[in-house]
Design a protein around this ligand. Structure first.
Ligand code: ZN
Ligand code: ZN
Length: 142
């Protein structure tokens, strides 16, 4: 159905997590939309395709995917957690005006930035830019 299929299957195989229909549907949805959906939005989208999908199954699938590292929770800012497929590393941009969370292509932080971390061992990092997205910023410019 989507050209993501070989990649998703490969990701499941590598993780050792069994690719049940529900888990597959959740991961495919997150990987194919630029939106960082909440659990409720994921459920709504899955349910539209498969009305038999229960909320509990979708939520459980989401949790299994998260535990296996295929999905991660992106900043929630005290609101409902938003989820993202973890297939490619990327940074995030959060629009303070409309609340949209956008992906920013991955780049490594420069060595100078690492130096400030001293003895700390960094296993992972992500930069969150904040401001006004392209749409919201237009109105603000004079
Ligand atoms: Zn915006
Ligand atoms: Zn993202």
């Amino acid at each position: 159905m989507s050209n993501l299929q070989p990649e998703l299957e490969q990701v499941f195989r590598a993780s050792g997590l069994r690719a049940t229909a529900q888990r597959y549907a959740v991961l495919e949805f997150l990987a194919s939309t630029p939106v960082h959906a909440t659990a409720e939005e994921i459920f709504a989208a899955i349910n539209r395709h498969d009305p038999r999908a229960s909320r509990a199954t979708v939520y459980n699938s989401l949790r299994s995917l998260e535990k296996a590292g295929l999905v991660r929770e992106v900043l929630s800012d005290g609101q409902a957690a938003r989820f993202d497929a973890n297939l490619h590393r990327h940074h995030h941009f959060v629009c303070d005006v409309c609340g949209e969370v956008e992906d920013v292509p991955w780049f490594e932080i420069p060595a100078a930035a690492r130096a400030v971390l001293g003895e700390r061992q960094v296993h992972n990092y992500e930069i969150v830019f904040r401001g006004a997205c392209a749409r919201c910023g237009k109105g603000a410019k004079e």
